[in-house]
Design a protein around this ligand. Structure first.
Ligand code: GLY
Length: 427
């Protein structure tokens, strides 16, 4: 066996819990730290109180603790250049540098790059000027998609059902500054009609190691009703993404994008995450993210094949192994959220029922926003837990996930009851 590694994961959500959970299982992991982590992550990693935005502080910690490999979870530190800061100090880190993270941090740059390299995506027009954007919107047929250029914590897109709604979205972003500088530039893009799927792969800058497919459920209520959230649950694999379509996603989107990034002088090392729409005309890129998906990680990492430490280290060294096809069974993750989420919500609610699930090997409860207190474990955010059920089939994993959800309680807790059901019905 190769040497054992001291690993630092940066972040504090469900995705980072899934990363820590998976990395800590590897025989290659000597010790796992997480900055800042959360109460659930503390079960598998030593949490250190350093903000994801304190890039020098994180690099100091990695140097002092002789960390062999850092894994940056969220997009914000990647867009701020955490990889550049670590590399300048000779510290190994998994993730794209700032110039490559532009794939997610500038939606307009991403679309321009995709168009230039003939990667299939919908049409778009960028705007710096509010009046010009309004004039353009006024002659479009709804639905009209208005998207902030920069990072807006998943809230920067409006699918307007009328010209008036599109004008309000433009005003909010460009005039009111609802998303700060991230929304002063916008694009109006073609509405892509079809199911959205998440395709992720680890990239070493040239080669890809595909991960299992997943589908996120963003709206708050069953049957995809109500406002969008950060994700109320997901499942893997995605039956509608057949082997042929998955191969098409790799050949028409993922590999050309990695090649294009290298050609642009921005070699992409990290997890490449494509949000794809299965339109009647074929697969189209909705957007790229420069990191693992959340909550997709909570179903992808438990079912992926291969050792994650080996893979992330190989990616950083530019030497990914040949992909292993398939995945281990199926997984469904149901997000339990605080009362009021995605609007205003209270925190500090005691969480009950987790002890009875701790020894199950068909259930993993990933913590997204929890805190340990003298009174016990309490909620500390909007999306609190990601309850993942594992099994041989999607339908079995759904039953397992909801059976576990029904054992957990906290005041105001709510979740969708239909995660994965449409896909399982179509199996
Ligand atoms: N599941 C959406 C995201 O990770 O951005």
């Amino acid at each position: 066996m190769s040497s054992r590694l001291r690993i630092l994961v940066v972040g504090s959500g469900g995705r980072e819990h899934a990363l820590v959970w998976k990395l800590a299982q590897s025989p290659r992991a000597e010790k796992v730290y997480c900055a800042p982590g959360n109460a659930g992550i503390a079960g598998q990693a030593e949490c250190v109180d350093i903000s994801v935005f304190d890039l020098p502080g994180l690099a100091d910690f990695a140097a002092q603790q002789k960390i062999d490999l850092t894994v940056a979870g969220p997009e914000a530190p990647l867009a701020a250049g955490i990889v550049d800061v670590f590399r300048q100090r000779g510290l190994r880190i998994f993730g794209p540098d700032r110039s490559a993270a532009l794939l997610e941090s500038s939606k307009i740059w991403c679309k321009q790059m995709l168009s230039k390299h003939d990667v299939p995506t919908g049409g778009f027009v960028p705007f710096d000027d509010y009046e010009q954007a309004v004039s353009y919107a006024e002659v479009q047929e709804p639905p009209i998609v208005v998207k902030a250029d920069g990072l807006a914590a998943g809230k920067g897109v409006t699918v307007a059902q009328s010209v008036e709604e599109a004008k309000t979205a433009l005003h909010d972003a460009m005039v009111e500054g609802m998303f700060g500088e991230a929304g002063r530039r916008v694009m109006i893009e073609e509405f892509l009609c079809g199911q959205e799927v998440s395709v992720e792969a680890i990239s070493d800058g040239r080669n890809l190691y595909p991960l299992p497919s997943a589908q996120d459920h963003k709206p708050i209520f069953d049957n995809d009703e109500g406002p969008n959230t950060g994700g109320m649950g997901c499942y893997s694999p995605v039956p509608v993404l057949t082997n042929e379509l998955f191969e098409e996603a790799m050949e028409a989107v993922m590999r050309p994008t990695v090649a294009a990034m290298a050609e642009e002088g921005r070699p992409y090392v990290g997890c490449l995450y494509a949000g794809l729409v299965l339109t009647e005309e074929g697969l189209q890129v909705l957007e790229f993210n420069c990191r693992f998906g959340d909550p997709e990680s909570q179903v992808i990492l438990p079912t992926m094949k291969g050792d994650l430490v080996d893979l992330l280290e190989a990616a950083v060294e530019g030497d990914l192994p040949a992909p292993q096809g398939g995945q281990n069974g199926a997984a469904v993750c149901v997000v339990m959220a605080s009362g009021g989420y995605p609007g205003e919500y209270d925190t500090g609610k005691l969480i009950h029922g987790l002890d009875g699930l701790a020894d199950r090997d068909d259930v993993v409860v990933f913590h997204a926003a929890t805190k340990a207190t003298d009174e016990g474990l309490v909620t500390s955010g909007g999306r609190v837990l990601g309850v993942t059920g594992l099994g041989d089939s999607l339908s079995g994993s759904i039953d397992t996930a909801y059976e576990a959800v029904d054992q957990i309680s906290f005041e105001g807790a709510h979740c969708r009851r239909d995660i994965g059901r449409r896909a399982a019905g179509g199996q």
